[in-house]
Design a protein around this ligand. Structure first.
Ligand SMILES: [Zn+2]
Length: 113
């Protein structure tokens, strides 16, 4: 499950942050996850506690904020919502849509003490 390595990256980001701010424990991590990305929120939640065990994020709460997919339609010449990575334009049904958003996975926020 590649979500394990994604979570390992998140923990590494948090560990790096600790070297800049002095905190001893992370109580909440909020991730922004793109709806069109490769990470399943359920799988992220599932592996989070196992991966975080023994790290600074041990027993912290995981919150996930989903950002919707977005594309640029060359025919409508505008931004359109996108439900799938290579989906058709929901406005004109055309296939000339380039994904422009909804593929992120980043740490949006964290609470520390
Ligand atoms: Zn269109």
């Amino acid at each position: 499950m590649h979500e394990v390595s994604l979570i390992e990256n998140v923990i590494a980001i948090v560990e790096r942050e600790r070297t800049r701010q002095a905190f001893t424990r992370v109580t909440m991590i909020k991730l922004t996850v793109g709806a069109l990305g490769h990470a399943e929120p359920d799988a992220l939640r599932f592996c989070f506690h196992a991966v975080a065990a023994g790290t600074i994020a041990d027993s912290s709460r995981l919150e996930i904020e989903i950002v919707p997919g977005q594309g640029w339609c060359a025919d409508c010449r505008g931004t359109v919502p996108l439900d799938e990575r290579f989906g058709a334009c929901p406005v004109c049904q055309g296939g000339r849509v380039r994904m422009t958003g909804g593929d992120v996975l980043r740490v949006a926020e964290m609470e520390v003490e």
